[in-house]
Design a binder for this molecule. Structure first.
Ligand SMILES: *Cc1c(COP(=O)(O)O)cnc(C)c1O
Length: 296
């Protein structure tokens, strides 16, 4: 990504993108690498239905629906709140044949368990996949991705990813060690350090929580907000490399990488891999993106 590298203060040869937005199923994204393992475990248990939870623009929910379609399973997507206007990922969820349930004030994780019990009573075999697909089984997919990155760029000093439910960062840390992985917190969880540390513990990896590199300054007004720095990052990646990021995750991750360079924690000359983790449909489901194009 030579032009992007120079735009954020690195040398042209320093920056590479790991294109996990091109993982090959229903608009791609990082969740496929986790689903490969969580759905594998569900199939081994004889599942006929995948249930998962998330925010309405969840990329994980969309890819769970896609995996279910590909495997001939049912998918039930459980979202908090009331039915949102169909846009972005919600359109794809419907197209992929998922059943969408809105829980109102009930926490989606509880509603998912209730739905699973009801389906079991009907003789079905549901499996609940956790929020973001992030448990020790799912995070294993990113431990493998870390190995791929090391093969492709053995001298890598920094791997930069967005931190949502934490499985991506945990898997990368499991494979690369905490020193080389920078997670940019998106506001998806309350305690990102605890979330990643907990997943590492569940994976049997010892990494002291204080060794984790996590930037927490890109959340702005919260998970669903489009920050000014993320808007700049969206434009910069698109206009230097033709790389389209998403407003919630990858734009924040690039803004965090840029801030890290400005702070002198990542320096020109240090080989850096940016995880392009997908999320493009979210760009079309985000309320603040249309006004952005009117400004530019
Ligand atoms: C979910 C998601 C992430 C974050 O991954 P986690 O494993 O949940 O931390 C990053 N980028 C995109 C596009 C995502 O959908």
């Amino acid at each position: 990504m030579p032009r992007l590298a120079e735009a954020i203060g690195l040398h042209a040869g320093d920056l590479w993108a790991k294109r996990d937005d091109l993982t090959g199923l229903a608009a791609g994204g990082n969740k496929i690498r986790k689903l490969e393992w969580t759905v594998g475990a569900a199939l081994a248990d004889g599942a006929d239905t995948l249930i998962t939870t998330g925010a309405p623009q969840s990329n994980h929910a969309r890819l769970t629906a896609a995996a279910a379609a590909r495997l001939g399973l049912h998918a039930v997507l459980v979202f908090g709140g009331r039915a949102a206007t169909p846009a972005g990922n919600l359109i794809l969820d419907d197209l992929l044949g998922a059943t969408i349930t809105w829980t109102g004030d009930e926490p989606p994780a509880e509603a998912a368990e209730t739905i699973a019990e009801r389906l079991r009573a009907d003789g079905r075999r549901p499996v609940v996949i956790p929020f973001g697909g992030s448990n020790a089984v799912g995070a294993h997919g990113y431990r493998i991705a870390a190995g791929e990155i090391l093969e492709q760029r053995p001298d890598v000093e920094h791997v930069v990813c967005a931190l949502g439910s934490g499985g991506t960062m945990a898997g990368l840390v499991a494979g690369l060690g905490p020193e080389r992985v920078l997670g940019v917190h998106t506001g998806a969880v309350d305690d990102p350090v605890g979330q990643v540390a907990g997943l590492l513990r569940d994976m049997g990896v010892t990494a002291p929580p204080e060794a984790l590199r996590i930037r927490r300054d890109q959340v702005g007004d919260g998970y669903g907000s489009l920050t000014a720095d993320a808007a700049t990052a969206l434009r910069t990646a698109a206009r230097t490399e033709g790389l389209v990021l998403d407003p919630v995750y990858t734009a924040r991750a690039l803004a965090g990488l840029h801030a890290e360079v400005r702070d002198g924690r990542i320096e020109a000359g240090q080989p850096t891999v940016f995880l392009a983790s997908g999320g493009l449909p979210g760009l079309f489901g985000h309320p603040d993106v249309a006004p952005l194009t009117e400004e530019s």
